[in-house]
Design a protein around this ligand. Structure first.
Ligand SMILES: Nc1ncnc2c1ncn2[C@@H]1O[C@H](COP(=O)(O)OP(=O)(O)OP(=O)(O)O)[C@@H](O)[C@H]1O
Ligand SMILES: [Mg+2]
Length: 663
C-alpha cells in the first residue's frame, strides 16, 4: 500500500469481450498493484502488476469509469478500444478515490497529445531504435486540477453551498473520459469531482505527525495513538480506514456517537459478548455464535476509537475471546489493533454497584494485562486543529491535566458574561446529565408558539431502529418548529461553515424540508442525508433523515468527540475526572463559550492516568518511539537498551514536573 495518488493495490478482475459481444478471456487476481504511467510520447496507461507476475498495460483513452460503489472499495474501468473491463475490489476507498481522481485530472488537465501527433511521434520513436520507456505520472499540480475541472465544467460558482442534486447523480452512473486532447462535447465526469476538495473532509490533508501514524497503520503495526482533544484523532481514523482494504477492517468505538463519526459499530456490538460481565467461559460461548464467530474470524484489523471509555477487564476478555475464536495464540489472535483516544477525557462508565463500593476500581484499558502485549507502538499527536487561538489551547492543556491557576480561573470566569448569541441563535447548554438535556429541549420546543412539524427517519431495516437510535445522532422522529434551535449533524460544506456541530435556527419550511440560518448567516435548505452503520456481520443499515438535532441543550457524554459552536455550560454538577475538560474542549474558541459558574474544583484529572501519560511521554521523548513489547528478537534487542535507560529515567522522575509546562 502507498500514499501515492498514482498507485493503488487491490483485487483486480479483467474481462475481454470478443467480436460477438460475449465475454471471452478472463483473469482474476486477489492482489495487484495499479500504477498510472506515461510513455515517451506522454500517452497515459494503467500498468497492472499482479503479485509475482509480469505487468500489463492498458491505454487510458476513451474509458468509462463506474464508481458508484467507490466508498466500498469497488470500481470498474472500461477500456473501449481494448474491449476490456477492469473490475477493482477490496481497494482502500480513499486511495481508490484519489487514484480515479488522478486519472481524471491527468487525462483532462495535462498536456496530452492528440491522435495524429501521437502517431507521428510514435513512428519517429520507432525509427530512432531507442527502447520505449515508461515513467510514473508526476503528482497532480493545482494548474492541472483547475484545467481539468474547467474543461469538465465543474468549477463551483463562488460561495455556493449546495450539494449535488441526487437526481443528477442518479442519472449518471458512469463517467466517460476521453483522452488524447479531444474534449469536444464531452459529458463531464461528475460526482467524484463536483465539490471543491476543500469543501469536503477528503480535501483536508493530514499533517506530518498524522501521516506518521497513518504509515504505521498501513505497515500493519498494532498501535495506540493519543493526543489532546481536537488533535484530529477521529479525523485521522477516518483517513486510516479509507487507506485500508475494506475486507477485514473493522471500525469500532466505545460509544455509538463516536462509532458513527468514523462510520463503524460499537465495540460491544462487534465483540458479541454482551456487557462482558459473564465468565470467560460464557464469553467464549457467546462469541462462538455463528454471526459473532464469523465476524471475529474475518477481522484482520480492529480499530477502536474513544478507547478511554473501554473498560480494562472488558478489553482483557475480548483479547482472550479473539485468541479463542481464531484459534491463534498471538496477542489478540493475531489481529492488528489500531487504538485511539485520550485517557484524560472520559473514563469507562463504572457500574452502579461498583461505584457504591468505597474504593471503586479504576479499570482503564492501559491497566489491563492485554494492553502491554498487544500495543506495539505508541504515538502522540500534538497539533491541535479544533482550536486556533493559542491562549485557549494553552488553557485547555492545563485543564486536561487538572492544573488550574489564578490566571486561568480569572480568564474562564470572564466568559460568564460574554454574549455569544447572534443571528437568533441561542447558546447550547451543555449538561452533565443526559436526562437534563432531553427535558430542556422538549420543554423549549413546546413553548414555541409556532406549528410543530414531524420529520420521520426512513430506516432501511425498521427492526434496527433502536440500534440506529443509539448509534446515529439523527433521531428517528424529529419534531421541529420555526425558531427551533438546531445543530447540524453532517459536514455539508466545510468552507461555508456547514459542518457537523454548526449551530443554527429554523427560519421556515420550504418544499417539505427545514431551512436553517446558521451563525455565519448562511441559509441552508436541509436535504435528507444518509447515515450508514455497519452490522457486526459486515452488513449495513441506513437511516435517511434531515441532518438536524434540537440544540437548546446537549449532554457532555454525548458531546465527546464533537466540535460544537456557541456553547454555555454550568460545571457545578460534573461527576467524572476529565468531564469539565471534555465540555470545554468542544468549543472552537473562548469567544464562543460561556462558563456560568467556574470553580477550579470542577476540574481534575485522574492520577492513574497522569502517571500513565508521564511514563508514556518519557518513552516517546527519550527514544522518539519505543515499541511496547517489540515483535521480534532483533527489534527487542535494538530497542532494549534505549527502553531500559528510558525506564530507569522514568522511575527517577515519576513525581517531577507536570506533563505540560506552560511558559
Ligand atoms: N490535518 C487537518 N487539517 C485540517 N483540519 C483538521 C486536521 N485534522 C483534524 N482537523 C479538524 O479538527 C477538528 C477536530 O478533529 P477531531 O474531531 O478528529 O479531533 P479528536 O482528536 O478526535 O478530538 P476529540 O478528542 O475531542 O475526539 C475537526 O473539525 C477536524 O476536521
Ligand atoms: Mg475524536
Amino acid at each position: 500500500m502507498d500514499l501515492n495518488d498514482a498507485v493503488l493495490t487491490c483485487a483486480v478482475n479483467l474481462q475481454w469481450t470478443n467480436a460477438t459481444g460475449t465475454v471471452g478471456r478472463k483473469l482474476a487476481y486477489r492482489t495487484a498493484t495499479l500504477r498510472l504511467i506515461r510513455n515517451d510520447i506522454r500517452e497515459l496507461f494503467i500498468e497492472c502488476t499482479p503479485e509475482k507476475l509480469k505487468p500489463m498495460k492498458f491505454k487510458l483513452k476513451d474509458i468509462m469509469v463506474h464508481k458508484k460503489f467507490m466508498s466500498e472499495g469497488k470500481a470498474s474501468v472500461n477500456f473501449k478500444a481494448e474491449k476490456c473491463a477492469m473490475y477493482l475490489s477490496n481497494a482502500p476507498p480513499g486511495t481508490l478515490m484519489f487514484f480515479l481522481r488522478t486519472i481524471f485530472i491527468k487525462m483532462n488537465g495535462g498536456e496530452n497529445v492528440d491522435d495524429a501527433t501521437a502517431q507521428k511521434q510514435l513512428r519517429a520513436h520507432m525509427l530512432s531504435g531507442k527502447p520505449s520507456t515508461f515513467e510514473e505520472v508526476s503528482p497532480v499540480t493545482t494548474a492541472e486540477m483547475i484545467l481539468a475541472r474547467k474543461k469538465a465544467g465543474l468549477l463551483p460558482s463562488k460561495g455556493s453551498a449546495t450539494t449535488p442534486s441526487p437526481l443528477a447523480a442518479k442519472k449518471r452512473r458512469y463517467d466517460e473520459i476521453k483522452g488524447g486532447g479531444d474534449k469536444s462535447g464531452l459529458p463531464a465526469p461528475k460526482k467524484l469531482y463536483q465539490e471543491s476538495p476543500m469543501d469536503t473532509e477528503e480535501g483536508l490533508r493530514l499533517c506530518q505527525e498524522q501521516i506518521d501514524v497513518l504509515k504505521a497503520c498501513i505497515s500493519g503495526k498494532s498501535i495506540f495513538f493519543t493526543g489532546s482533544a481536537g488533535t484530529g484523532k477521529s479525523f485521522l481514523l477516518r483517513k486510516i480506514i479509507s487507506a485500508l482494504p475494506p475486507d477485514g477492517t473493522v471500525a469500532t468505538a466505545s460509544t455509538g456517537v463516536a462509532a458513527c463519526l468514523i462510520g463503524g459499530v460499537t465495540l460491544h456490538a462487534f465483540a458479541g459478548i454482551g456487557g462482558g460481565d459473564a465468565t470467560l467461559q460464557r464469553c467464549y460461548e457467546l462469541a462462538s455464535r455463528p454471526a459473532s464467530a464469523q465476524a471475529w474470524r474475518k477481522c484482520k484489523r480492529l480499530i477502536i476509537d474513544e478507547i478511554s471509555m473501554v473498560d480494562g477487564q472488558y478489553f482483557d476478555k475480548i483479547e482472550a475471546v479473539a485468541r479463542h475464536i481464531r484459534r491463534n495464540d498471538r496477542p489478540f489472535g493475531g489481529i492488528q489493533l489500531i487504538l485511539c483516544g485520550d485517557f484524560l477525557q472520559l473514563p469507562p462508565v463504572i457500574k452502579r454497584e461498583e461505584s457504591s463500593s468505597q474504593t471503586p476500581p479504576q479499570r482503564f484499558c492501559f491497566q489491563s494485562s492485554a494492553w502491554e502485549k498487544c500495543v506495539e507502538y505508541v504515538y502522540e499527536l500534538k497539533e491541535v486543529h479544533r482550536q486556533s487561538d493559542p491562549e485557549f489551547v494553552n488553557i485547555l492543556n492545563h485543564l486536561r491535566i487538572g492544573h488550574i491557576n489564578e490566571e486561568i480561573t480569572k480568564r474562564l470566569k470572564t466568559t460568564s458574561k460574554q454574549k455569544i448569541e447572534g443571528n437568533g441563535i441561542l447558546a447550547t447548554q451543555l449538561c452533565s446529565h443526559t436526562n437534563d438535556a432531553n427535558s430542556i429541549n422538549e420543554s423549549k420546543l413546546e413553548n414555541l408558539p409556532t406549528d410543530k412539524v414531524l420529520f420521520r427517519a426512513e430506516d432501511s431495516d425498521p427492526a434496527m431502529t433502536k440500534q440506529l437510535d443509539t448509534q446515529v445522532q439523527a433521531p428517528s422522529q424529529l419534531f421541529l418548529k420555526v425558531d427551533a434551535q438546531v445543530m447540524l449533524l453532517k459536514n455539508i460544506n466545510i468552507s461555508a461553515g456547514l459542518v457537523n456541530g454548526a449551530r443554527g435556527v429554523v427560519v421556515r419550511f420550504e418544499k417539505g424540508v427545514p431551512v436553517v440560518r446558521f451563525k455565519n448567516n448562511t441559509e441552508y435548505s436541509c436535504k435528507h442525508e444518509k447515515w450508514i452503520i455497519k452490522t457486526p456481520n459486515g452488513g449495513t443499515v441506513t437511516r435517511r433523515q434531515v441532518p438536524l438535532k434540537l440544540a437548546w441543550a446537549f449532554s457532555i457524554h454525548k458531546s465527546q468527540g464533537l466540535t460544537l459552536d456557541c456553547v454555555e455550560m454550568s460545571l457545578s454538577k460534573v461527576f467524572e475526572a476529565g468531564q469539565a475538560y471534555v465540555a470545554l474542549s468542544r468549543a472552537k474558541s473562548l469567544d464562543s463559550v460561556r462558563i456560568l459558574d467556574f470553580d477550579p474544583k470542577q476540574v481534575w484529572a485522574n492520577p492513574q492516568v497522569l502517571q500513565y501519560y508521564k511514563l508514556f511521554r518519557r518513552r516517546l521523548h527519550d527514544t522518539t518511539m519505543i515499541p511496547l513489547g517489540a515483535k521480534n528478537k532483533e527489534e527487542k534487542k535494538k530497542n532494549g537498551d534505549a527502553a531500559s535507560s528510558a525506564l530507569a529515567k522514568i522511575k527517577k522522575s515519576l513525581l517531577s514536573k507536570p506533563l505540560v509546562s506552560i511558559s
